[in-house]
Every structure is written in C-alpha cells, then in structure tokens.
Design a protein around this ligand. Structure first.
Ligand code: UDP
Length: 387
C-alpha cells in the first residue's frame, strides 16, 4: 500500500472533517497485536469495512510474535505465550485460523536447592519438606500455617492461603523482581493468578482448552489479516500518520496515556529484557518454564521447544529480566494506578468514534484469550452502533 504523505495535509478542523467524509478507511487500527488483529478480521469479514492496521514494529502479532531464530529454533520473541481458555467462543474463533498442538503447560521453580512443581500443590509440599501428605493432610498442614486476614493486596492473598513461610519461598522475591515493588502494594488479583492445588496436578493452567497454534502465533495472526480489505502498515508510529490518513473510526490498542499525550501523568508499565542463548543440545531444562524466585536477576528461563514440539538438534533458551524502562509489557495493577487510569478512561468516554481495547488500551492485565474476548465484545458494540 502506498500512502502519499504530501497529499493529505493535517489542516484545520473543517479540512479534517472533510477528509473523514472522504475517508478511504472505515477503521484505523493502531497496533497489530491480538486485539487489533481480531478487530481487523471481524470488521473486514463481517462488515466488509475497509481497515488499515498501523504497527510501530516491523512485524504483526504484538507480543505473541514468534519466529525462527538464526539457528532454526522457533522462539517467542517477547516471552512465552501459552494459550489457555475456558471461553468456548474465543477458542472457536481462533480455531478458524489455526489448528492446535496439544500442550499442557508445566512450570518448575527453584526453591531451597530443588526444582519443585509450581503452582504449589500436594507434590510441591511433599518434595519440599520430604513428606507424603494426602490431600486431607495438606489441608490441615496449610490450615495451621495460613493467616486469616482481610485481603487488600497480593501479599494478603498468598499468606491467607499458604502462610508466610511458603509466601517467602515462592512469591515474595519473585514478585519484587517482576514488579519492582512488594506484593503488599499490588492488587490481590496479581498473585491470585496462581492457584494452590490440593492434588497432584502438575499443570500450570486448569482451563478446558489449552494448546499452541500448530504453525505458531505469527502464522495464525497472518491468516486473520488475510483479507483484501485489510491493509497493514508496518514500521509506522501512529503519531506520524495521525493527521495524514483519513479514516472514520479509530481503534487504539497502544497505551491509553500515550494517546492523550500523558496529560494526567504517565501510567506505569513493567517491561522485560530478554536474553536469548542457543545451546548445541536437544534440551536445557525439563519443562518449558523454570522460575527463579530467590536467585539471579532474572525471574525465569523459558525453553519454547517444550511447548512448540519442534524437533531439532539445538535449543534456544530465554532469560527474562523485568525492568521499569523499555517497551510496555504489563500494566502495573496497583490501586493508585487504577485511579490514574480512570482519568484517562473518562477522557476516552468523551470521544466519539475512538475505541480503546487490549492490555495497553484498557490498562488491564489481560491474558490472550481475554484480549480476544474484549475485541470480540467491542466488535459487537460497534456493529450494534451501525458503524
Ligand atoms: N508469581 C510469583 N512466583 C512465581 C510465579 C508467579 O510470585 O514463581 C507471582 C508474580 O507476582 C507474578 C504473578 O504471580 O507476576 C502472576 O504469575 P504469572 O505466571 O501469571 O505471570 P505472567 O506469566 O503473566 O508473567
């Protein structure tokens, strides 16, 4: 697609509204992650809308982007993405664009010199303390340790379930590294993402549908975008084209505070740095993810071959280092941030024909399935409005 910059000038309001009437695109979508691409697909296929997706990076897929590295190993460039959902509709929707490889995610954690199953389960406690508890005995074991308290934050959440000692071993330092703040300052939902299991189930997620797109996320997302009405402009910052390309409605999946030029102050995000290393051996570790709550500056080591099922001689591992600066990966779920976000959300409600969606657009710690669900719901809203 060619966009001739000089021809559409960013003139005054009247000029812009004329440009809107003549718009060559019904929707301008900012961001080619799962949220943006779900909307692009729905709008083009269901409403025959003309859609332009503008993406700052050099590829589609957002943080779910995967690609083969120089050694031929399929890696997730922005950290492990494991698909899991109980949302039948979301699963069915994505299944139009991919087949799935059966995969149930497993995580181990390095605590007290042992690799233990995580989340905390019967198996974890038995290995950690050299016990052979039954489910009932585990209940009693934790009942003696847990502290009943009002749950105002993530520390309360974990201590009320398993007590302080296990909190310190498994959660306190990991959370501090991951978020740059103690669990006591984070909303309860952050650590509540990780369940406690009273059985021997070693899997990370309990969702009904779990798996990996057979040919990867990038391939799945490319199929979503494969419609003649969808144009994609890569390597393009929305700010550069904001007033150059006429469109009728805008769907914004970038950071909501950035859209408003941080007028109420910047919302905090947590970023990650990834250190990739390829090793000339089939596997480095026994499972896809190993957490390091109490050692090293990184939080975890990922080895995607376990999840992708790729068979090749070499393996690539990734160490994940959380950091404050850099590309925004996570909104930071703390009360003061929600209050700031609400100011931006109120501004957003005052706009017509502008919609905010996705992890950064909604400033919510959404999983992939929740991001797709939010996009499908927004599509229904747009359709109902007769846009
Ligand atoms: N967490 C922890 N120890 C662990 C794993 C997770 O304390 O070994 C906490 C941490 O605060 C993390 C949160 O639980 O941010 C949610 O974990 P999850 O694995 O869902 O994080 P994600 O994969 O989304 O980064």
């Amino acid at each position: 697609m060619r966009v001739e910059r000089g021809r559409i000038r960013s003139g005054g309001r009247r000029e812009r509204s004329r440009a809107r009437r003549l718009a060559m695109f019904d929707f301008l979508i900012v961001g080619a992650g799962l949220s943006g691409c779900t909307l692009a697909e729905r709008l083009a296929n269901e409403l025959q809308a003309r859609v332009l997706v503008v993406e700052k990076r050099s590829h589609v897929g957002g943080n779910a982007y995967d690609a083969y590295d120089d050694n031929g190993v399929l890696v997730h460039k922005y950290g492990a993405h494991l698909f899991h959902t109980n949302d039948w509709e979301v699963y069915g929707y994505l299944s139009q664009f991919t087949e799935w490889r059966f995969y149930m995610h497993r995580v181990l954690t390095w605590v007290d010199g042992q690799l233990l199953p995580f989340p905390i389960s019967l198996e974890t406690l038995n290995q950690l303390y050299g016990l052979s508890l039954t489910t009932e005995e585990m209940e009693a074991f934790l009942a003696r340790r847990r502290e009943s308290r009002e749950i105002n934050n993530s520390e309360d959440m974990i201590i009320s379930q398993v007590g302080r000692e296990l909190y310190e071993k498994f959660f306190a330092n990991y959370t501090l590294k991951q978020w740059g703040m103690p669990a006591s300052e984070l909303e309860p939902e952050v650590c509540a993402r990780v369940p406690v299991r009273f059985n021997r189930d070693l899997h990370y997620f309990a969702d009904r549908y779990q798996g990996m797109p057979k040919q990867g996320y990038t391939r799945m997302i490319e199929r979503m975008l494969a419609h003649p009405n969808i144009k994609v402009l890569l390597n393009t910052d929305f700010e550069e084209i904001r007033h150059l390309i006429p469109y009728k409605s805008l769907i914004y999946t970038g950071p909501i505070d950035e859209y408003f030029h941080h007028k109420h102050g910047p919302l905090p995000y947590r970023s990650l740095r990834f250190e990739f290393e390829t090793l000339d051996q089939e596997f480095f570790q026994p499972v896809c993810v190993v957490n390091y709550p109490n050692h090293f500056d990184y939080t975890r080591i990922l080895e995607m071959k376990h999840a992708t099922g790729q068979q090749c001689r070499a393996t690539t591992i990734v160490r994940e280092y959380p950091q404050a600066q850099g590309e925004p990966f996570y909104p930071v779920p703390a009360r003061r941030n929600s209050e700031l976000y609400r100011k931006y959300a109120a501004e957003a409600e005052g706009l017509t024909d502008v919609y905010f969606v996705g992890r950064l657009g909604q400033y919510r710690y959404l999983n992939m399935d929740q991001a797709v669900r939010a996009a499908l719901d927004l599509f229904q809203r747009i359709r109902a409005q007769g846009r």
